[in-house]
Design a protein around this ligand. Structure first.
Ligand SMILES: Cc1cc2nc3c(=O)[nH]c(=O)nc-3n(C[C@H](O)[C@H](O)[C@H](O)COP(=O)(O)OP(=O)(O)OC[C@H]3O[C@@H](n4cnc5c(N)ncnc54)[C@H](O)[C@@H]3O)c2cc1C
Length: 384
C-alpha cells in the first residue's frame, strides 16, 4: 500500500495473523492459477475442499458445528484478501458469510447439524438463489413456488445470475409458499442438489467481468424437498430472514470494494513510476500525481467509512440504512477509482493481462448485485 498499511481499528492481533497467512496462501497457491480459471469460467470444484482444508471456510461458524468459532472479522479478513489478490472467482465469502449465517441464525438445530459441518470442509459448496429471469429488485414478486405435499415440498421455477451456480450442491432457494401473500408468502428452502431429481443447471453466464466466477441459471422442475429443509421450519418467514441478513451481504460488497481500490492504487503507482513518456516517468507529470493524490484520499475515506461499519457490525449495531449506503457509495467510488487508475496505464490499461483491466471490469457489477444502488438509496432514504 502506498501509505503505511495501517491496521483497521476492528482488527485484533489474531485477525492480523490470519491476514498474513491467508494472503500468503492466495498469492502462492491460487493467484498463479487464475488465468486458467478465467479461461474456464470457473474455479475447479476441488478448490472448495482445498479452501476447507486451509480453514478458509465458515470462520465465524461455531465450533459446535465444526467451524472455527471466530467472528465476522475473521470472515472479513478472508474477503479482503481474496479481493486484494483479485480472486474474483472465489465464492467462499458468499458461502461462509452469507449462506452459513442463514443456517446459524435462522435454521433449526437439526438443520445446523446436518449442513454446517459439511460446509466447513467444502463438501457442500453453497449458493443463494433469489433472483429470477422476471424479477430481481422486487423480491416479493418471485414466482418460484414451493407447494406442500405430505412431508415434502415440491419446488418449481427458475433462478438466474446465481453466484457459485455450477459448483454449488447446497442452494438456499427463495420460494413462494403462498402466492396470494406478498412478504408473508415467502419461504426459504435448503436444496441439496445431489439428491434433487428435477433440478437442472443452465448456462454458465458469459459476463462482462468476474470471469472465473461460475454465475449461472438454475431450473427447478417439480423438485421434491423434505419438509425438514424449510429454513427455520416455519412457512412465511423467508422475507424477514432475508431482510435480517442482507446488511451483512452489503457490508461484504463494501469490503471487497475497498480492497480492490487499494490494489488498484498499488498497481497504478508501480506502473506510473516505471513507465516513461517524453523522457520522464509518467509519475513526473503533475496531472498523474494530482490524480493519484485524489485517488488516495478517496481510498482512505472509503476505508474509514467501511472500518466504522465493521466496528458497528461487530457490536451488532450496523443498521440496514448504513449498510445500504456503504454498499452503494463504496461501489460508486470503486468504479471512479478504477477508471482514473486505468487511464494512467494508457493502452496497456485496456489489456486484460494487466490486473487493472480486470479490476476495472470486475468493479462494475458491484453497483448491481446485492441490491442495485438505486434500491440501496431508496432503502436508506426511508430512514432520513
Ligand atoms: C454477477 C452477478 C452475480 C449475482 N449473484 C446473485 C446471487 O448469487 N443470487 C441472487 O439471487 N442474485 C444474484 N444476482 C442478481 C442481482 O442481485 C440482481 O441482478 C439485482 O438485484 C437487480 O435485479 P435485476 O437484474 O432483475 O434488475 P431489475 O430489478 O430489473 O432492475 C433494472 C433497473 O431498474 C432499477 N430499478 C428497479 N426497481 C427500482 C426502483 N424501485 N426504484 C428505482 N430504480 C429501480 C434498478 O436499479 C436497475 O437499474 C447477481 C447478479 C450478477 C450480475
Amino acid at each position: 500500500m502506498s501509505l503505511p498499511n495501517f491496521p483497521s481499528p476492528w482488527m485484533t492481533e489474531e485477525h492480523r495473523t490470519l491476514q498474513d497467512s491467508v494472503a500468503r496462501f492466495f498469492n502462492e497457491r491460487w493467484v498463479p492459477q487464475t488465468a486458467a480459471w478465467r479461461e474456464a469460467g470457473i474455479m475447479p470444484r476441488a478448490t472448495w475442499q482445498e479452501a476447507g482444508a486451509q480453514g478458509l471456510l465458515c470462520l465465524s461458524t461455531p465450533e459446535a458445528y465444526g467451524g472455527a468459532g471466530g467472528d465476522f472479522g475473521h470472515e472479513a479478513v478472508v474477503i479482503l484478501e481474496a479481493a486484494r489478490a483479485n480472486l474474483s472467482g472465489f465464492g467462499g465469502g458468499l458461502h461462509s458469510a452469507i449462506v452459513a449465517p442463514y443456517l446459524i441464525q435462522c435454521g433449526t438445530e437439526e438443520q445446523r447439524q446436518r449442513f454446517l459441518p459439511r460446509m466447513v470442509t467444502g463438501e457442500l459448496a453453497s449458493a443463494i438463489a433469489m433472483t429470477e429471469p422476471g424479477t430481481g429488485s422486487d423480491l416479493q414478486a418471485v414466482r418460484t413456488v414451493a407447494q406442500r405435499d405430505g412431508d415434502h415440498y415440491v419446488i418449481s421455477g427458475a433462478k438466474t445470475f446465481i453466484t457459485n451456480g455450477q459448483n454449488a450442491n447446497l442452494i438456499v432457494v427463495v420460494c413462494k409458499t403462498d402466492r396470494e401473500a406478498a412478504a408473508k408468502g415467502i419461504s426459504l428452502f435448503l436444496v441439496e442438489t445431489d439428491q434433487a431429481p428435477g433440478f437442472r443447471r443452465g448456462r454458465k453466464l458469459d459476463k462482462v467481468g468476474l470471469k472465473a466466477q461460475d454465475t449461472s441459471e438454475l431450473f427447478f422442475d417439480e423438485v421434491r424437498v423434505p419438509a425438514a429443509n424449510l429454513l427455520g421450519g416455519v412457512e412465511g418467514r423467508g422475507f424477514f430472514q432475508l431482510m435480517e441478513q442482507l446488511p451483512q451481504e452489503r457490508l461484504i460488497i463494501a469490503l471487497q470494494g475497498v480492497a480492490a481500490m487499494e490494489r488498484a492504487l498499488d498497481e497504478t503507482l508501480k506502473y506510473v513510476k516505471d513507465r516513461k513518456a517524453f523522457g520522464r516517468a509518467v509519475w513526473d507529470f503533475q496531472n498523474t500525481r494530482f490524480k493519484l493524490a485524489e485517488v488516495q484520499a478517496t481510498v482512505l475515506a472509503t476505508r474509514a467509512f467501511v472500518d466504522a461499519c465493521m466496528v458497528a457490525h461487530l457490536l451488532g449495531e450496523l443498521d440496514a440504512a448504513r449498510a445500504a449506503l456503504a454498499k452503494s457509495w463504496v461501489s460508486e467510488q470503486q468504479c471512479k477509482v478504477m477508471d482514473e487508475c486505468l487511464q494512467l496505464f494508457g493502452g496497456y490499461g485496456y489489456m486484460m493481462e494487466y490486473p487493472i483491466a480486470e479490476l476495472y471490469v470486475d468493479a462494475r457489477v458491484q453497483r448491481i448485485y446485492g441490491g442495485t444502488n438505486e434500491i440501496m438509496k431508496e432503502l436508506a432514504s426511508r430512514f432520513m
